[in-house]
Design a protein around this ligand. Structure first.
Ligand code: ZN
Length: 326
């Protein structure tokens, strides 16, 4: 049996159980957070709150969570370790860079950014950083990344987005660790992922989750991506700002009806705390939490024609096979 890396060490993939493929623990803007920490408040209280929320997910049946919090989203593994010492969930952490526009400033005058000036083809230091997170562990914690992450949004394939995407593809090819991509299905950005990561860099689409595929109701588009071999992340249940509960759930039902149960994974993209959102706005997102699938979505889809077997496939079997690389 294959093993995957979690915060507490390697876990046999046979033991992963119900797996949420895209949830965060914290999403922070580190330099704002460090200088204006008032809203965050007491560290111990935040840790205790996270423990309680994750324990609630465990009690609902969740056994594994993939947390694609990378550079650009405030990844800080020592705090995550402290939390995971207190919750029995397996937490898989990620490496990569999250941007819709430019690469972080840190990379402005490194590697390929200097190609034109130096008239050479320099390797991207991002690749070594990602590979080191996967092989040696993150920042001396000993915690090894089990997932690669990048993003493309409505801005499309900007030079920064493309640079990160190619670095993630190269780190994947060097390590075999799978990839999750934040996509914007309304702009059909999955096709851009296919062009750069698969057609040009040579990544097997079966090793990539196209995250946020459930943000659209265009089932023809996401069916075509599934037919191309990608795994679809129906992974934002509970974020009902531009869409509705029914639109997300009905899209899932339609995709099941079309026979794509083996190509979808489920999640909520929730977190214990995200500093991007005014706490007063969070009040309007009452379903955006770790157990919304169990409390609201599963009862709804079961009532509307889905089977428990289909839910188990998307929640247990597809994540396990994907993480195993099978
Ligand atoms: Zn996310």
């Amino acid at each position: 049996m294959a093993e995957i890396q979690t915060v507490r060490g390697p876990v046999d993939t046979a033991d992963l159980g119900a797996t949420l493929m895209h949830e965060h623990v914290f999403i922070l803007t580190p330099d704002v957070h460090a200088n204006y920490p008032e809203e965050w408040g007491d560290e111990d209280t935040r840790v205790a709150d996270a423990v309680q929320r994750l324990q609630k997910a465990y009690d609902a049946g969740v056994r594994t969570i993939v947390d694609p919090t990378v550079v650009g989203l405030g990844r800080y593994i020592p705090r995550i370790q402290r939390i995971m010492e207190q919750v029995p969930i397996n937490l898989v952490v990620a490496t990569g860079v999250y941007t819709y526009n430019d690469a972080p400033r840190f990379f402005s005058y490194r590697g390929p950014a200097l190609n034109e000036v130096l008239g050479s083809e320099l390797p991207d230091p991002m690749v070594d950083m990602f590979v080191s997170d996967i092989r040696d562990g993150i920042a001396g914690t000993g915690v090894r990344a089990g997932m690669l992450k990048c993003a493309i949004d409505h801005q499309g394939m900007t030079p920064g987005v493309e640079r990160v995407m190619r670095a993630v593809a190269k780190a994947h090819l060097a390590t075999g660790v799978p990839i999750t991509v934040h996509t914007h299905p309304g702009e059909q950005s999955g096709l851009e992922v296919k062009r750069v990561m698969c057609d040009e860099e040579g990544v097997d689409p079966g090793r990539i989750v196209l995250g946020h595929s459930g943000d659209t109701t265009d089932c023809d588009h996401i069916s075509a991506l599934a037919d191309a071999g990608f795994v679809l992340g129906m992974d934002r249940f509970g974020i009902n700002l531009d869409t509705t509960f029914e639109a997300r759930a009905d899209t899932l039902l339609e995709m099941l009806r079309r026979g794509y149960g083996e190509r979808m994974v489920l999640s909520q993209d929730a977190s214990c705390y995200i500093d991007w959102v005014d706490p007063n706005v969070m009040a309007f997102l009452s379903q955006w939490h770790y157990t919304h699938l169990f409390e609201d979505v599963f009862p709804y889809v079961l009532e509307h024609g889905a089977t428990q077997e289909q839910i188990d496939t998307m929640l247990v079997d597809v994540p396990r096979r994907f993480l195993e690389g099978a």
